[in-house]
Design a protein around this ligand. Structure first.
Ligand SMILES: [Zn+2]
Length: 344
């Protein structure tokens, strides 16, 4: 006659085997229960690529990584430190850490495989140089890129041109940069005295520009403001941060995207306080004028914006506040990030 479960446990409890019995139960439990550590070891990081469309163009934000650095003095050198701290705390950011995202843009126009800016490469330390691996995640290899458009020649945008082996990372590409930008960095003397950053850093910026631009001298095309660089991508003059910085308008099938480059960096500083300059703006007054002009345009025309240093995937719209004509100098702007889509 079969024993009931209660009778079985009772009989074991009375027997000399009870210790062995409960050790067996405990071992079975430990061996069959997955631990939290095992789950974490098998997980993957969050995505570094975000695919979407602009009309018929297939487009993707490609992260090159994230740099965390103190906001002062570099990113608001002339602002009241208490106001800077307040602006960061209001956004639930740590007041001593500014997160600077690095985002390139990949555009498949159907004819061209385009990369807009190349990431920092190894110019700016660890945590970066993730562009190639994130491109590969959507099936694009470096040799597939046939067009590289450079918004401006700061190391965080051109540092990926020359690889660590000294070869071009994108060997099959034509390179496009504004003539004003090329002439500035390749002139016999380059005056960076107005940058509010330490001298060694200025020297590093110049050396980086010479190295990476010099490497593409035989395969570069220089463009002018308002010129269509390739079909569907038009240059917009955006001087101030650098003399020849270019924003871009991407247009296909009635849809538009403005690539803002470094016209603004983050919402707490440049959008809420568009006159706080960064230490990297070569001509701060001109940079502030460019910032207001472009922000007013995309706010008025409700055009989607991609901005290199905004939080990944760096896509959103701009709203302006207090836009009455007589208070132009007091307009502040808000960043409205796009809603994440799972299908591109
Ligand atoms: Zn930048």
């Amino acid at each position: 006659m079969p024993l009931s479960i209660h009778a079985f446990i009772r009989s074991v409890w009375r027997s000399r085997l009870k210790v062995m019995f409960f050790i067996g139960i405990l071992l079975g439990f430990l061996l069959t229960t997955p631990t939290v550590n095992a789950i974490n070891q098998n997980s993957t990081p969050n995505a570094g690529v975000y695919q979407f469309s602009v009309g018929d163009f297939k487009v993707a934000t490609i992260s090159d990584g994230l740099l965390k650095l103190p906001p002062l003095p570099t990113y608001a050198p002339l602002a009241d430190p208490q106001e800077v701290e307040q602006a960061m705390v209001e956004r639930f950011w740590s007041p001593d850490t500014l997160s600077l995202y690095f985002n390139a843009l990949y555009v498949d126009t159907g004819t061209h495989h385009v990369l807009i800016d190349t990431g920092a490469g190894t110019e700016l330390g660890t945590g970066l140089a993730k562009l190639a691996q994130n491109l590969a995640a959507i099936g694009i290899q470096s040799q597939d890129i046939d067009t590289v458009i450079i918004t401006h020649a700061h190391p965080d945008h051109i540092g990926g041109i020359v690889a660590t082996n000294g070869q071009l990372t994108f060997p099959n590409a034509r390179y496009y940069i504004s003539e004003a930008e090329w002439q500035f960095w390749m002139a016999p003397t380059v005056d960076l005295s107005s940058l509010l950053v330490p001298d060694p850093f200025k020297q590093g910026i110049l050396a980086s520009a010479r190295k990476h631009l010099g490497a593409i001298a035989s395969q570069v095309n220089l463009f002018q403001p308002d010129q269509e660089i390739i079909p569907g991508i038009v240059a917009i003059a955006a001087p101030g941060h650098t003399p020849g910085q270019s924003a871009l308008k991407i247009e296909s099938g009635g849809s538009q995207l403005i690539v803002a480059a470094d016209v603004f960096f983050n919402e707490a500083f440049d959008l809420e306080h568009p006159d706080w300059q960064t230490g990297f703006d070569l001509n701060p007054q001109q940079a502030a004028e460019t910032r207001r002009r472009l922000l007013n345009q995309v706010a008025d025309e409700r055009i989607m914006v991609m901005a290199y240093h905004m939080p990944f995937p760096a896509l959103g719209h701009i709203r302006s506040q207090n836009a009455a004509p007589d208070t132009t100098n007091h307009i502040r702007y808000e960043w409205e990030p796009i809603l994440w889509q799972f299908e591109s």
